[in-house]
Design a protein around this ligand. Structure first.
Ligand code: 5GP
Length: 188
């Protein structure tokens, strides 16, 4: 059986990775599975355990690092998030494609550990647009937004080593482009 492809969708916080992935998944029935990360941050209103994240303590996260159960992980403005390795490996072995929605540091680890992974960078049309989106989300303080913008400026410089860069000017258009990139990688 053909092994599934690991697809990384990375990019700055607030760029709209979640929305683009949602549109992408609704477009491909029985398409890729979305990996559920573990995180040490508190749930935001509306976030559901096991759906958006597995919310874990710092101690539990330390243990997952120590026993090698994370495929990648990163510290992201004061908390840590990572990808549980086992579910991803099982899905890939069963022939299913798996999407990781992660930050740029995590993507770099996947690049080293999973050479066949397809790495896609989602870019905002501009840093101004990113700032408006982060403020519009209304979930973070000014200091947190400032921190995320500084990080975003650094992350944008990393885009050249990704296999593809997609500008999220419109979520539907960006989802179409990502779908086309995934399709092209299959036939390549
Ligand atoms: P948020 O805390 O707003 O959900 O996510 C903040 C950032 O962490 C986003 O860029 C998101 O993609 C990233 N992120 C979420 N889960 C993971 C993960 O498992 N690994 C890594 N490296 N980044 C993640």
């Amino acid at each position: 059986m053909r092994r599934g492809t690991l697809i990384v969708i990375a990019g700055p916080s607030g760029v709209g990775k979640g929305t683009v992935i949602e549109r992408l998944l609704s477009r491909i029935p029985e398409g890729p599975a979305l990996s559920v990360s573990v995180t040490t941050r508190a749930p935001r209103p509306g976030e559901v355990e096991g759906v958006h994240y597995h919310f874990v303590s710092d101690q539990a996260f330390d243990r997952m690092i120590a026993d090698g159960s994370l495929l990648e992980w990163a510290e992201i403005v004061g908390h840590r998030s990572g990808t549980p390795r086992l579910p991803v490996e099982e899905l890939l072995a069963a022939g299913r494609d798996v999407i990781l929605e992660i930050d740029v540091k995590g993507a770099e680890q996947v690049r080293e550990r999973v050479p066949r992974a397809l790495l896609i960078f989602l870019e905002p049309p501009s840093l101004d647009v990113l700032e408006q989106r982060l403020r519009g989300r209304g979930t973070e303080t000014d200091a947190m937004i400032e921190g995320r913008l500084q990080l975003a400026a650094r992350e944008l410089q990393e885009s050249p080593w990704f296999h593809a860069v997609v500008v999220n000017d419109d979520a539907d258009r960006a989802a179409d482009e990502v779908a086309a990139i995934i399709e092209a990688s299959r036939t390549a």
